[in-house]
Design a protein around this ligand. Structure first.
Ligand code: BES
Ligand code: ZN
Length: 616
């Protein structure tokens, strides 16, 4: 367990949006002081060394001075080799700096003395092999098995473990990067590719001209191939995966078009998808221009592509209009979950979207029941905590339900006009919950006081549980599946369940609707009829495997171990390990499996699983 952090009591004002309330705009998860000097541009120069599992090079920061004082950057586990400052890149000279003691959650503040004329600061440094954002994979952990792989995951506060910067979503920067790779591998970033120099060593060049928060800086290096999908869309993946990925994500270009109709112009040029090796700890990450995705969404039937709709929707909610602090995370994820379902509705129809809304609502009820009241609040208090721990389904689903409720009160046409306006008024800004409320009141509530009277903003945003009034999302299709599950659990036969045209989501609902305890005969009947233990679809397999642990169904033991030692997606790991540790025998098994699997998980997943299973 990570000890609680000694977060600063006095923070700094970083929300630069209108009407920002200084108390709420403080980013308690950054040591940086953008009120003294704010970083506007990053020139990143790194070489990738797979042998030592380190990145080595420099970050050259262009700063804008606001007041007298030193520059404070966020770092974690970085070895600082030199710090220089000057009026321009050619006149840099060594300057005084102090690396403060490390806080377990926030890392170490790097305090840099600024000469009067300093506008440029260069930090030369090296990352640690255990940097929290980085995962270094040995060749056997990749699809091809021949080349190593590196990828980053900067959200929420991991960028500081590979780049010294103001690691706060309230600070936006542009960047240029030059990445040296000694092997014959390809580097990709959340940026435009601006060239490759191949001399003795290969150097890939990138540029990001739109100002973004630090958590969206991303890099991956591996044996990668590109295949176009549409005119501004395509997939990057290992050679053996790229065709499957292009087929699975064939609707991506249509999704971008639908999203533009709904939310306004796509402001990022290209939209590509990078498929990572299976240890990627998330389903997807909305790195601008280049979504990072787990290979477990490649189900072979396009049934899990709502995840792409989700990451794409972040191109507006999150990447264009950004949460100013991690308290405001629901602005990123609630808007995006709402937007994801609007895109799904445009492309796959209202019934598919309805199924997802209903499933989201069921998730929300479950999550609310398993969290303390303070964590049921959208505008959640994260004082003293790692923002990664605030990542429940609540900001996603309660946020989406809130926005759907506002839509219902004002009608879709008025709400859609509001949404487009919200994205364009706040484009390339980082805003707080208070900024959003001010914007909503001024631009939507003012147009229709009668509808506005139906929305209790305080209940939705500041209160636990579901205190606002709303219409519960229902789905006739899922209700029918619930009845099939009941019939089976009540003594029916698996072969009588009509599953022929079920989608992944319907299968998941069937399994979720089962009672906690099933007999060994019932488990065997389900498995024989539907081949659940051998399912290639990771969502269905994960749900089934939880049931097999709960019910002590031994024929799935081998698959469970194979699953946990080859897939590192935190969403699947957590329920499985939590189910295992409920019994003594299960605990022993969890420990044995985890001892093998841990070296293969990303540091972010390791941190979460350690809390459940303990460090081996
Ligand atoms: N931005 C999140 C992932 C994230 C959140 C990383 C917080 C680190 C801290 C991403 O957009 C996301 O929500 N991914 C989901 C998939 C989505 C379909 C709900 C995931 O990975 O499960
Ligand atoms: Zn998201």
């Amino acid at each position: 367990m990570r000890p609680m952090c000694v977060c600063r009591v006095i923070g700094v004002v970083v929300g630069l949006g209108m009407g920002t309330n200084p108390v709420n705009a403080r980013d308690i998860h950054s040591y940086s002081n953008p009120d003294v000097a704010v970083v506007r541009h990053l020139d990143l120069n790194l070489s990738v060394d797979f042998a030592t599992k380190t990145l080595h090079g420099s970050a050259t920061l262009t700063i804008e001075r606001k007041a007298a004082g030193s520059l404070v950057l966020d770092t974690r586990d970085l070895t600082i080799e030199a710090v220089e400052a000057g009026a321009n890149p050619k006149t840099l000279a060594a300057t005084k700096y102090t690396l403060k003691p490390a806080d377990p959650i926030l890392g170490s503040a790097l305090e840099i003395t600024l000469p009067d004329d300093a506008k440029i600061v260069r930090v030369t440094y090296k990352t640690s092999p255990s940097a929290s954002a980085l995962q270094w994979l040995d060749p056997q952990r990749t699809a091809g098995g021949k080349h190593p792989f590196l990828f980053t995951q900067s959200e929420a506060i991991h960028a500081r473990s590979w780049i010294p910067l103001q690691d706060s979503p309230g600070v936006r920067i542009t960047y240029d990067a030059s990445i040296e790779i000694s092997e014959n591998l390809i580097a990709v970033m959340s940026a435009e590719r601006s060239g490759t120099n191949i001399d003795r060593i290969r150097t890939a060049l990138f540029t990001m001209k739109e100002p973004i928060p630090s958590y969206l800086i991303a890099l991956a290096v591996g044996d990668l191939k590109f295949k176009p999908i549409g005119k501004r869309t395509g997939v990057w993946a290992e050679p053996s995966v790229v065709e499957k990925a292009a087929w699975e994500f064939a609707d991506t270009e249509k999704m971008v078009e639908a999203a533009e109709r709904l939310f306004g112009p796509y402001r990022w040029g290209r939209y590509d998808i990078l498929v990572l090796p299976p240890s990627f700890p998330f389903g997807g990450m909305e790195n601008p221009k280049l979504t990072f995705a787990t290979p477990t969404v490649i189900a072979g039937d396009r049934s899990l592509v709502a995840l792409i709709a989700h990451e794409l929707a972040h191109s507006w909610s999150g990447n264009l209009v950004t949460n100013a602090t991690w308290r405001d995370f629901w602005l990123n994820e609630g808007f995006t979950t709402y937007g994801e379902r609007r895109i799904v509705e445009e492309i796959y129809g209202a019934e598919v979207a309805t199924v997802e809304k209903r499933l989201g609502f069921l998730d929300l009820k479950e999550e609310l029941a398993s969290h303390k009241p303070i964590d049921q609040v959208l505008h959640v208090d994260l004082a003293g905590r790692d923002p990664d721990d605030g990542m429940t389904r609540i900001p996603y689903e309660k946020g989406a339900l809130f926005l759907a409720t506002v839509e219902q009160a004002f009608g879709r046409p008025a709400f859609d006009t509001y949404l487009k306006g919200y994205f364009s008024r706040n484009a390339f800004k980082s805003i707080t919950t208070a900024d959003f409320v001010a914007d909503l009141k001024a631009s939507l509530f003012a147009t229709n006081p009668e509808a506005a009277a139906k929305i209790d903003l305080d209940a939705w945003i500041e209160q636990p549980d579901l205190k606002g009034t709303f219409t519960e999302p229902e789905s006739a299709k899922l209700a029918a599946i619930g009845r099939s599950a009941e019939q089976f659990a009540g003594g029916g036969n698996a072969k009588d369940v009509k599953t022929a045209d079920w989608t992944t989501h319907e299968w998941l609902q069937f399994l979720r609707a089962m009672p906690e305890g099933l007999t060994p005969a019932q488990m065997a009947d389900l498995d024989t009829a539907f081949g659940l233990t051998q399912r290639g679809n990771a969502e269905i397999a994960a749900q089934w495997l939880v049931m097999t642990v709960r019910n002590g169904y031994a024929p799935a033991d081998v698959r469970l171990e194979a699953f946990l030692t080859t897939i590192g997606r935190r969403k699947f790991l957590m329920p499985l390990y939590k189910e295992l540790v409920k019994t003594d025998a299960g605990k022993a098994r969890a420990r044995a499996i985890y001892a093998k699997a841990r070296p293969f998980y990303h540091p972010i997943a390791v941190d979460s699983v350690d809390k459940v299973v303990g460090k081996p």
